[in-house]
Write a protein that binds this ligand. Structure first.
Ligand SMILES: Nc1ncnc2c1ncn2[C@@H]1O[C@H](COP(=O)(O)OP(=O)(O)O)[C@@H](O)[C@H]1O
Ligand SMILES: [Mg+2]
Length: 497
């Protein structure tokens, strides 16, 4: 298109009041808003960040204080300017910012009054954006108060650092402005959801040699590593590197330990409120800060088969354009080359987990392994049938007179035929780890252990082999300590005799 000489122009300065209101609605949540403010503190070199919230008072507030390098008044005024930095400028590798908007847009998404107090070289500066004031004056002017006493959180600001205070929390208290108790409940609930998000999003900063500390109302948050790298049963594939024009992408796959190998608390913590099925997938980090997680980017479905797989992707901030990182730093799109590579990663993961499942299935059908249940697959259908040849059944049946024996086998067949398949399906889809084998009482266990032992001893198996066979099958596996004790007692008696 040819450019024409322009002779006329008209003033099109945005209306301060409406544009600043528009900044509120780009889709932040409380957790993504607080994370964006924390990003600034990390970029400013903070080693401790405190979140202070008073939700019960008449005028609730949320404050975020850091001990970073702080700002002069001039820097502060520039920081308050929406669009204070051009997204096309180069940024330091450590800089977590992007558009020069975060502080303002994140804050206004939650509140109508943003106060920032910053201390640098022993000078304290303060600036306030109050949306009601902007609406009234319709001007792009920030207030510069002389007095900072009485600002919530000011006594937490040290010799250098920055305090960000949100007041007039209209969004957070939506619908409850008249009911202080209910309002406090709602805000506190949201804050406790935020806590997990922060533990996850900033875990790598919190795990460093000189760890970043994040406190919420005085309580230090623990990092939450989504790959459970410290757990001895976690499996990590080697990291691979992809060099692109604007930087390197690093990819590493992890397989979480099976829930049997973790404590319940650990398993639930790492699965989060949505559970493991929804938490599998890619975890995308930009400059070590987690920006997206729990998605396969439409490359495959989140399935039971890949439930324990999580793949870490690391990108530098120089690739924002290629990945379409948005203002909230909570969405991104895959560049085509990366997409192809990730498809391969997924194929490998799927092959691997199919193999593990097959192995587990194998165990179940292997005769040597003494299954109580047989898996029978025929003409496209799968059914489970109690294994009447199992020593525990067989030995007992032998002890019965022939006419009762038949009734006994009928009862067992009935149990098999009435397996509650629909309920199992429903539970498997929801929380499969909550389905556990029922415990049997001592008497039943003793009978099962003794009859199994005698059959295996008769088959001339040595004790070591017997123990390793029994260890893998229920009901022995789930009551292993009791089983061991009963084996010892049984063998002991035999040896005495
Ligand atoms: N806690 C802080 N400590 C020091 N400087 C800050 C802090 N918060 C914001 N700033 C300054 O304000 C600027 C604007 O912040 P922001 O609106 O979040 O945009 P961005 O982070 O994309 O640059 C930052 O680039 C930084 O220079
Ligand atoms: Mg920022």
């Amino acid at each position: 298109m040819q450019e024409q000489a322009i002779t006329r122009r008209a003033d099109a300065t945005p209306h301060a009041a409406s544009l600043i209101e528009g900044l509120r609605d780009i889709g932040y949540s409380l957790e993504s808003a607080i994370s964006d403010v924390i990003d600034n503190s990390i970029t400013a070199g903070a080693s401790c960040i405190e979140i202070l919230a008073d939700t019960f008072s008449h005028e609730p507030f949320i404050a975020i204080v850091d001990d970073g390098k702080g700002m002069t008044e001039e820097e502060l005024v520039s920081a308050m300017r929406p669009g204070s930095k051009n997204p096309l400028d180069n940024r330091d590798e450590q800089d977590l910012g992007r558009f020069g908007l975060g502080l303002k847009s994140a804050s206004f998404s939650q509140c109508r009054r943003l106060t920032v107090i910053s201390r640098k070289s022993e000078r304290t500066s303060a600036a306030v954006w109050d949306l009601d004031d902007v609406a009234e004056r319709n001007e792009w002017t920030v207030q510069l108060p002389d007095e900072v006493v009485g600002i919530p959180g000011i006594d937490h600001l040290g010799s250098s650092g920055t305090l960000v205070v949100w007041q007039k929390l209209d969004r957070l208290s939506a619908g409850y402005s008249q009911n202080a108790v209910r309002r406090a409940e709602v805000i506190n609930q949201r804050l406790s959801e935020t806590e997990r998000h922060l533990r996850l999003v900033f875990h790598r900063f919190m795990e460093e040699v000189k760890p970043l500390r994040i406190l919420m109302n005085g309580r230090q948050l623990r990092p939450l590593d989504p790959f459970a790298k410290r757990h001895p049963a976690t499996m990590a594939d080697p990291a691979e590197r992809l060099t692109l024009s604007h930087g390197d992408v690093e990819i590493q796959s992890f397989t979480l330990p099976h829930h049997h190998r973790m404590s319940k608390a650990e398993w639930e913590d790492i699965g989060g409120p949505e559970g493991h099925l929804k938490s599998q997938g890619f975890y995308l980090y930009r400059g070590k800060r987690l920006i997206l997680y729990g998605t396969w980017f439409s490359l495959c479905r989140q399935s039971e088969l890949t439930k324990l797989s999580r793949v870490r992707i690391d990108i530098p901030n120089s690739m924002d354009g290629d990945w379409s990182i948005d203002v909230k730093k909570s969405s991104a799109q895959l560049p085509p080359i990366v997409r192809d590579r990730l498809k391969k990663v997924i194929e490998r993961i799927q092959d691997g987990s199919k193999r593990t499942y097959r192995k587990r299935g194998q165990k179940l059908v292997d005769h040597e392994r003494l299954p109580m249940w047989n898996r029978v697959q025929a003409s496209g259908q799968i059914s489970y049938r109690p294994n009447v040849d199992h020593p525990a059944f067989a030995a007992f049946a032998e002890s019965l007179p022939p006419d009762l024996r038949r009734g006994f086998f009928n009862c067992i067949a009935l149990v098999g035929a009435s397996l509650p398949i629909e309920t199992l399906h429903a539970d498997m889809a929801g929380a499969p780890e909550q389905i556990v084998p029922d415990r049997v009482d001592e008497d039943t266990l003793v009978q099962a252990v003794q009859s199994t032992l005698s059959v295996l001893l008769r088959a001339k198996k040595d004790l070591k082999e017997i123990v390793s066979l029994m260890k893998d099958v229920d009901p022995f596996r789930s009551s292993w300590e009791d089983t061991q004790r009963i084996i010892a007692a049984t063998i002991g008696t035999k040896e005495e005799v």
